[in-house]
Design a protein around this ligand. Structure first.
Ligand SMILES: [Zn+2]
Length: 274
């Protein structure tokens, strides 16, 4: 029973502001510790539920946030950037289930801490086959490409609702804060969220062993990716990607036969749009 724990930072316990997740800011080191705490809770729960191995992928910013010196010694850590599969580096057909820790809702969501989709400055929306997708959807669909289900997510209440909509009601969720705006939330302290995340992960892995988890997220092929950029010049630059089409306003579309190609194309367009 191999579990991949894909971690982001905006949905971590206590996070309500960009400063707290920005390397170099004086507040950032505290939140690296809190992120590591949320991840460790998920690892403990996964093993308690019957996992036999766990890989953690640090998916925030340049993938150098989790404190390896404090990481549960049973897990391995994918760290650094870029890696081929970025936020879900490590997923393949041998992984049995994926747990999202510290995730956030997609760009434009209401009452969602630091809502964005990959880049707050460049992306105002992403659609896959016409359906609005955030990072949970994009990463979950890459896991689906390898037939791997997302079995749990932690974050605020809006992220929890988003993953239920994407993956179905069988996904387990740990709500660590209740957002009342983009940068304000009622937060549970880490002493409480640690046991909440641990117990939720334990249940999710037990569900997996009992085949009661959501199905892997599959998208219909060929897959249409639509990205709406924040500025016109960003769309101009992204449209330089071969076979990408600038459609209306600041929208660029791209069609590919599989989700991994879509994921690479999306990240390439964002790199061009810098
Ligand atoms: Zn992040």
């Amino acid at each position: 029973m191999k579990i991949l724990i894909a971690a982001d930072m905006e949905g971590v316990t206590g996070v309500v502001h960009w400063d707290q997740v920005m390397p170099g800011h004086p507040e950032y080191p505290r939140f690296c510790r809190l992120m590591t705490g949320d991840v460790n809770a998920a690892i403990r729960g996964a093993f308690a539920g019957g996992a036999t191995s766990a890989v953690v992928t640090d998916g925030h910013y340049e993938g150098r946030n989790i404190l390896i010196e404090e990481l549960d010694s049973r897990a391995k850590l994918n760290s650094g950037s870029p890696s081929p599969l970025s936020m879900v580096q490590g997923v393949d057909e041998d992984i049995n289930g994926v747990i999202f820790v510290g995730y956030h809702a997609r760009m434009g969501a209401i009452n969602a801490i630091l809502d964005h989709t990959w880049s707050d400055e460049r992306v105002s929306g992403v659609w896959i086959n016409g359906q609005a997708f955030g990072e949970a959807g994009l990463n979950g669909a890459v896991c689906g490409h390898f037939n791997v289900p997302v079995i749990m997510a932690s974050g605020d209440q809006t992220l929890c609702a988003e993953v239920r909509e994407l993956f179905g009601n069988k996904i387990e969720t740990a709500q660590v804060k209740k957002a009342v705006s983009r940068m304000s939330a009622e937060c549970l302290p880490p002493a409480v969220t640690a046991s909440l995340i641990e117990e939720t992960a334990r249940r999710a892995v037990i569900n997996l062993r009992n085949k009661k988890t959501p199905k892997p997220l599959k998208v219909t092929k060929p897959i249409n990716l639509l990205v709406k950029f924040e500025q016109s010049e960003m769309a101009d630059k992204a449209a330089l990607m071969p076979n990408a089409t600038r459609t209306v306003e600041r929208r660029v579309e791209y069609v590919a036969p599989d989700m991994v190609t879509i994921y690479l194309a999306f990240r390439t367009m964002l790199a061009l749009a810098r």
